[in-house]
Design a protein around this ligand. Structure first.
Ligand code: NDP
Length: 282
């Protein structure tokens, strides 16, 4: 039977660490870190994420601003807003909730955020920093995945890690972080010929695809640590991951649930990143 990794509890631990840091930073520098979140339009899922981010900031005691722009906001107006925040000395972190409406070029928007305020770690300067092993802001979800694995006490070094999914925001950075921790890393994707044969190699299996129930128990090596990044809605509208929990949990040594696994940790690591951005500007 797999042990369940309680991402919710771990996220509270991380947010409590941040809360202490916020108090120390305020005492030392006379102001609190400030996270600014921009949302464009009314995508219901994005609204939930944004609300949770602002709520987490309040929990840690840091300042936050929420800027809500209508769906028809032009790219120029959004870019001008970002430029203002880049120049605002009271703002440490700027996050634009994705996805953006189709008429806005997401890449241009990500590039416009000042690298030192890029709490999501998506700016090309931070991405290159990650791959070159330089000081950078690490994307929140991948950083949360590593912290979840570390919480099990299982050492990453020397293990075979398989990452399913190769997106710029999850799969690739997770793979690089695992490599940095001396895992032997395999990245699988939609063209992988025999996914089960690959995932069965994994001592550590991280799945970030967006397909409910893609990974079943027969695809998991007995004793593996399984981290499910996926967030999908099943036929009943219930939130579920990419991993079929019922069949994988008996095979794994440790496994994250959905909800209550990677999701809360992503937000907790965003709080950590806001502290890093604050410190880099001091
Ligand atoms: P993307 O759609 O950008 O990437 C999905 C990846 O999965 C691609 O690399 C794709 O391969 C691969 N893939 C698709 N189908 C298969 C398949 N049948 N077998 C193997 N690989 C496949 O998604 P994201 O990385 O942005 O997100 C992945 C999931 O994680 C989503 O459910 C998302 O909602 C969730 N997520 C959760 C977060 C959290 O905080 N919990 C944060 C971010 C994302 P290819 O490259 O070949 O197309």
């Amino acid at each position: 039977m797999g042990n369940i990794i309680d991402g919710k509890a771990l996220s509270v631990t991380v947010k409590d660490e941040v809360r202490e840091q916020v108090a120390e930073l305020e005492a030392r520098y006379g102001r609190k870190p400030c996270l600014c979140v921009i949302i464009v339009g009314e995508n219901p899922a994005s609204q939930v994420y944004v609300r949770n981010k602002v709520k987490a900031a309040a929990y840690t005691g840091m300042d936050s601003r929420l800027i809500e722009l209508p769906a028809d906001t032009s790219e120029e107006v959004l870019l001008a807003q970002i430029r203002d925040l880049n120049e605002d000395p009271a703002v440490d972190g700027v996050l634009v909730q994705l996805p953006l409406p189709k008429h806005v070029d997401e890449e241009k928007v990500i590039d416009a955020i000042a690298r030192e305020k890029d709490v999501d770690g998506f700016h090309p300067g931070n991405v290159s920093g990650l791959w070159l092993g330089k000081d950078c802001i690490v994307p929140c979800t991948p950083a949360g995945v590593i912290r979840l694995i570390d919480s099990t006490g299982v050492s990453i070094s020397g293990k075979t890690a398989v990452v399913v999914g190769r997106s710029n925001i999850v799969g690739k950075p997770v793979a690089k972080l695992l490599l940095d921790r001396n895992a032997t890393v395999v990245i699988a994707h939609s063209r992988t010929a025999d996914l089960g044969a690959v995932t069965r190699l994994a001592d550590i299996l991280v799945v970030a695809v967006g397909k409910a129930g893609l990974i079943t128990g027969d695809m998991v090596k007995p004793g593996a640590v399984v981290i499910d990044v996926g967030m999908n809605r099943n036929a009943e509208g219930k939130l579920c991951g990419d991993v079929d929990f019922a069949s994988c949990e008996p095979v794994a040594s440790w496994i994250t649930p959905v909800p209550g696994g990677v999701g809360p940790m992503t937000i907790a690591m965003l709080m950590k990143n806001t502290i890093s951005c604050f410190l880099s500007r001091m």
